[in-house]
Write a protein that binds this ligand. Sequence first.
Ligand code: ATP
Ligand code: MG
Length: 578
Amino acid sequence: MKLSRMHLKTLREAPNEAELISHQLLIRANMIKKEAAGIYTFMPLGWRVIRKISQIVREEQDRIGCQELQMPHPNPSELWKESGRWYAYGPELWRIKDRNGREFCLAPTCEEMITNLVKQEVSSYRELPFQFYHIQWKFRDESRPRYGLLRSREFLMKDAYSFDATPEDLDKAYQLQYGAYERTFTRCGLDYRIVEADNGPIGGSNSHEFSALSAVGESELAYCENCDMAATIERAECVDEKQPEMEMEELREVYTPNTKTIKDVCDYLGLDEKRSIKALMFVTYDRELNPDKYVCAFIRGDRDVNMIKLVNALGIPEHYIEFADEEEMAPVTGIVGGFTGPIGLKNCIKVVDSELVGTKNMCAGANKEDHHLLGVCYGRDYEGDIITDIKTLKEGDPCPKCGNPIKHTRGIEVGQIFKLGTKYSQSMNTTYKDENGDDNIYWMGCYGIGVTRTMQAIVEQHNDKDGIIWPVSVAPYHVIITVINPQDEMQMALAEKMEAELEKHHVEVLCDDRDERPGVKFKDADLIGMPIRITVGRKAADGEVEYKLRREAEVKEMKAEDAVRAACELVDAERFGM
Ligand code: ATP
Ligand code: MG
């Protein structure tokens, strides 16, 4: 491809709203263009990258016997009402109506659509097990679309679905996808970590997240250097710390003026924060988003509440809960803002962190202005309606598996796999006939990869001050031939000869034959990030060129044939990314 014939409008600077280097570079390199919040056009070079990543994804899905099909964007609302997610998915679900007023959503994921399809298409155990996938645009009306392709409202996703007869067979399907994901992200050149994850609104029992390591990633990951424990913060279990043995004291009220925070009251009373009870007040909503119930969550004073664990404990989706207005809730529940404690509360659900069970002589709010209680003992003085782990695992806390101090890191979630179990097959009544002619429910799994998010995660991990450094496996072109003076026939002839040779070996070439200063061409080549640059200049007369890898500083002079050979060898070694 001749660059003079291609549309490429690189920018010296990115718009202010592009905070991340990867977002800035993709815009500056003219790979993506914003059309509306979280909605992008993929320009010619960028689209080639998407095609490369999609192809890697496709090859690895095909390899494990997952069958590609293509399902539509609009999903009839009836399907989503059957599964219950028409309500549970919340405002992220992009709802539309046709001219007759019939409701649809633009699919954010396709469990309903595929389950309904399988209901109609498959009836016999003879077809089991099977898996389907498609690579299709997804729509989520995210509350805060940002960071370019990392959190957009329209994005390309590969989603696969497995159907099995037994939980053991589902395990096998899950393992196949797990392996396919490892190969896919390795081939994309990503440095990633696999962690246990929360199932979230998708449902089911078991899940892993594949996260590209990055300081700017939105996934917070906890891991142990001593054992294989690795989980998202939402999912990571916490070990309850046992309180030292002590005698039960009597319950007593103390005057604690102006001590609305844990720190204030503990400083005032000279107490360790571990001896205090923190109270957090929430209101939950029903599916029509009307206020439903009040919730008080209690954890040890030095801990932070984990919202995902809390909503899981309550059995509601994440968007059905908010911090409560303490003044509104006071007359109903008897709380006093800043001095709330578990004793004497009414008309609210008390969710108590498991660590508090059995604790003695704690300090808690007295539900009375400027007062706290001392000597608060679990069981004697209060109990929880729900008791479970609702705290966040912090860096340095003991590993739930081996006790070693936990480390934290961050990542960009590029893929997630789920064991769904029978959630959708049951709610949508989807069965097959077994050997005896009896109806049986399917065991399902679902498996997602964000293709467009993966593209930007690659850039986030592969760049320098001059621009993008594409891994060979996903580069829009493998080689850029920079012709210093395209008016010089000798230079153009040599460039074209190399281009033809390289293309004969299925090496993809971009030839920069533009009438631009060499400095401009070098800058653009670095910015758009092709893995190999071959420069044709004055020495073309002697058949000599410069050969440079984008990821290395060294420039080598060599014969044109040698440069072609070196490029072919490198591309052959790395085109599959493994
Ligand atoms: P997140 O927690 O980041 O919102 P999710 O867990 O809701 O993502 P899944 O339902 O697991 O996402 O979707 C599968 C994959 O689709 C994700 O692993 C991610 O790579 C991609 N993805 C999800 N939401 C977006 C988005 N708004 N923009 C781009 N890619 C996305
Ligand atoms: Mg996910």
